[in-house]
Write a protein that binds this ligand. Structure first.
Ligand code: MTE
Ligand code: MO
Length: 315
């Protein structure tokens, strides 16, 4: 693989300060309505509107509602049930928050969440999210290309991978305090350098135009739309450049069922179920079954990253 060269964003794409409009008063009214609707999920700390611009690569499919996206989650730090994150993630303190950046870089340092929100252009990116469990959603993320955030750390030429880690804080993450942990903590993930720097790959700080609900990975999570959902690690506190392939939680837990690459691929089944189709969340009992697309529909952008690779072997 050739050494990666960072694209330099034109100055016009860098906005000095982003106003974050406070929508608390409006949301206070909306929250009243949400409580009235029986069973509506709690949206922890959402309510602040982010200033965004339209980003590239959005699908024109209809996005799922904020209630669907924040009510049906995988975030095992808060439990294994799809409703557990919505119930328990409000315990998570998301300020102050920094991501340490290190490993094979010439300028190690940190990313502060306030800087992410104020010093970068926040883009709307409507992406399909395909979970490995064969359900999917359409999520209107608010995010920043990961490559533009990592550029200033000056990656060394011999780096080949990027390793990510989630917060460990059992006092606030009840799934981490259980005697028999369901996963080894911290939750970790990794990407090849060219995958991490691909323009589709974003750090998400919001969805539906608002600050990210805690259960969706506040204050900042990765989104890699052509891979199964579990690669999109939540509540990130560390990013490291490495020469060796980094560990990935589901691959550690069961390497036969979850590979390092985990590209969405309808022709490579999970050992226990088919990956050929998916259930689109939403519409209650009538949620529809649709065909899964190669690379989750992003083949035009990413297929060339895997030229010459046997995707049955590197699943
Ligand atoms: N830290 C952490 N990140 C995580 C997970 C998790 O359990 N812990 N679950 C993953 C899985 S399996 C999926 S499908 C997506 C779900 O994201 P969403 O709940 O925002 O839809 O988050 C991924 N990121
Ligand atoms: Mo998933």
């Amino acid at each position: 693989m050739p050494a990666y060269r960072f694209p330099v964003p034109p100055a016009s794409e860098i906005t000095p300060k982003h106003a974050i409009l406070n929508r608390r008063a409006f949301m206070a009214g909306a929250a009243g309505l949400a409580v009235a609707a029986a069973g509506a999920p709690v949206r922890a700390q959402a309510g602040e509107m982010l200033k965004t611009v339209a980003g590239p690569f959005s699908t024109d499919e209809t996005p799922n509602s904020l209630d669907d996206i924040s009510g049906y989650c995988n975030f095992y730090e808060f439990g294994t049930g799809k409703g557990d994150p919505a119930k328990y993630a409000d315990k998570l303190t998301t300020r102050p928050w920094t991501i340490e950046v290190g490993g094979m870089v010439n300028n190690p340092g940190a990313i502060d969440i306030e800087d992410l929100l104020t010093q970068y252009t926040l883009e709307d990116r409507i992406y399909r999210l395909r979970c490995v469990e064969a359900w999917s959603m359409v999520v209107p993320w608010v995010g920043i290309p990961l490559s533009s955030v990592l550029e200033k750390f000056d990656v060394q030429g011999s780096a080949k991978y990027v390793a990510f880690e989630t917060l460990v804080r059992p006092e606030e993450m009840r799934g981490q305090s259980s005697t028999f942990p369901i996963l080894p903590w911290p939750y970790v993930e990794g990407l090849r350098l060219d995958e991490a720097m691909h323009p589709l790959t974003i750090l998400a700080v919001g969805l539906h135009g608002e600050v990210l609900p805690n259960q969706n990975g506040a204050p900042v999570r990765l989104v890699v739309p052509w891979k199964y959902g579990f690669k999109s690690i939540k509540s990130i506190v560390s990013i490291k450049f490495t020469e060796e392939e980094p560990p990935a939680t589901w691959n550690l837990q069961n390497p036969r069922e979850y590979g390092f690459y985990s590209n969405v691929n309808p022709t490579v089944d999970h050992p226990r179920w088919s990956q050929a189709s998916e259930r689109r969340i939403g519409g209650g009992l009538f949620s529809s079954r649709i065909e899964t697309q190669m690379f989750n529909g992003y083949g035009e952008q990413v297929a060339s990253l895997y030229d010459g690779m046997d995707l049955k072997k590197y699943f």
